[in-house]
Design a protein around this ligand. Structure first.
Ligand code: GDP
Ligand code: MG
Length: 440
């Protein structure tokens, strides 16, 4: 990820103390390469790097004690900016039904997304959508939508595959009015490639139904291609939004960046799986984190900076880096961390934390903090610094001394162990070990 690359450079710079313009330039080269690797459009990268550079050579970075992190912060802010603000609004027609046309290439996820969107509209917004099967070409496309409709218990309008899509759309709207549906979601046909026949048909449907939204559904895995697809659909039809599907897969999400800036069309939703509840509003900031390849570590750093005094924060950072974290540190941090908000949230912000086995065990109930403190206070100095010496006899003594059960003592020891492992992972991340190869 981008963060990995930057941190390598950061490490070098850290040793030098102050950061200068040449250092920033070097970092920007890494940013550029990483974005291109993430399949972001060339022109977008160029403009982006220019903007970040301007900010990065400014005072906010050069004067900072942690220039590398500051650069990442600037990068993240600019990435977020590039993908627009909060854009997950959906049109509501003053004269119902609101018509939404779903368009895109074959296999992008139109039919699935039509089902998901209907589901979301009903569950979250209490709407009453009608699904319309207007893909008469792909074998079993109608059946597929009907099956999804059954799954989410929602009506699907279809006239078979012998009636033209335009006619289907027309009659669907009449029906929607009769039956007081407030949304009509039209699932249209796709092709493997953009062709004129497809576009003409879509234009006809648009002409007739005057849709309030035209959503392009694109597969995030297709990277640069997704951008070209978005551009030509936008030119021909005028899109109002993009749905980026298959983000649950192994993609960095570079397409998200380019689509937004090349077509100037907001990404409104992201598909996170095949299930009917796997559609989420698009959050530029989360996508920026994803592209950076990190958990929400910046928020964590910011919180630490706000709530912990600076010396302590540096000490904590160093300890996390070296993973030389003892129960005494833990105890001390508990107090400080308490001021930052729920512990679970904080732990989840650590990069890669969601991928770590046993992460669930890490969550600590706020109410249990007192118990945890009691247990730690019952440990000897040696036990606090070297918890591996805690055998069953010692566990019994600690449990007794703290008035907690042996199971609780065990749980805490396990949590502490997991936390240290997580910190180690955090420390190792910049070296690219996640991908399973070693650097020479
Ligand atoms: P269409 O040809 O555009 O209508 O595409 P479909 O809706 O038939 O989807 C094609 C395939 O992609 C199906 O197997 C879907 O289950 C799958 N799919 C759609 N959206 C997602 C998603 O967000 N994540 C994953 N993993 N699969 C998806
Ligand atoms: Mg389909």
């Amino acid at each position: 990820g981008l963060a990995d690359r930057l941190q390598g450079t950061m490490q070098k710079i850290r040793g030098k103390g102050k950061v200068n313009e040449a250092d920033v330039k070097e970092m920007m080269r890494e940013v550029r390469l990483a974005l291109l690797e993430a399949d972001v459009n060339f022109k977008v990268v160029k403009d982006f790097v220019k903007r970040v550079s301007e900010r990065a050579v400014g005072q906010e970075v050069l004067k900072s004690l942690t220039p590398g992190q500051q650069v990442i912060k600037v990068v993240k802010e600019e990435l977020t900016e590039l993908m627009g603000g909060e854009q997950s609004k959906i049109a509501v027609s003053t004269r119902p039904p609101t018509v939404i046309m779903m368009v895109g290439l074959q296999g992008a996820g139109k039919t699935t997304t039509t089902g998901k969107l209907a589901n979301l509209l009903r569950k979250k917004y209490n709407r009453k959508p009608l699904l319309v099967a207007a893909d008469i070409y792909r074998p079993a496309a109608i059946k597929q939508l009907e099956t999804l409709g059954k799954q989410i218990n929602m009506p699907v309008f279809s006239l078979g595959d012998q009636v033209s899509p335009v006619e289907i759309a027309k009659q669907a709207i009449v029906k929607a009015k009769e039956e007081h549906h407030d949304y009509v979601l039209i699932d249209t046909a796709g092709r493997l490639h953009i062709d004129e026949n497809l576009m003409d048909e879509l234009k006809d449907i648009k002409e007739l139904t005057k849709p309030d939204e035209i959503f392009l559904v694109v597969d995030a895995m297709t990277g640069q291609d997704a951008v070209n697809v978005a551009q030509s659909f936008n030119e021909q039809l005028g899109l109002t939004g993009v749905v980026l599907t298959k983000l649950d897969g192994d993609t960095r999400g570079g397409a998200a960046l380019s689509i937004r800036s090349v077509t100037n069309t907001p990404i409104k939703f992201v598909g996170m799986g095949e299930k009917m509840d796997a559609l989420e509003a698009f959050h530029p900031e989360r996508m920026a984190s994803r592209i950076l390849g990190m958990g929400d570590v910046l928020t964590l750093i910011e919180k630490a900076q706000m709530n912990v005094d600076e010396d302590k924060a540096k000490e904590l950072e160093k300890k996390m880096r070296t993973a030389s974290f003892t129960f005494d540190d833990f105890l001390e941090q508990l107090g400080q961390v308490r001021n930052m908000g729920p512990l679970d949230d904080l732990l989840k912000m650590l990069p890669g934390a969601n991928k770590i086995k046993g992460m669930d065990n890490l969550s600590i109930d706020e109410k249990q903090i007192g118990h945890v403190e009691a247990i730690i206070r019952s440990m000897t100095l040696q036990e606090k610094e070297h918890p591996e010496v805690i055998n069953s006899g010692r566990k019994k003594r600690i449990a007794k001394g703290s008035g907690r059960s042996i199971q609780e003592v065990n749980r805490l020891l396990k949590q502490f162990e997991d936390m240290k492992k997580m910190m180690k992972q955090f420390t190792n991340m910049p070296k690219g070990k996640k991908k399973g190869f070693k650097l020479p």
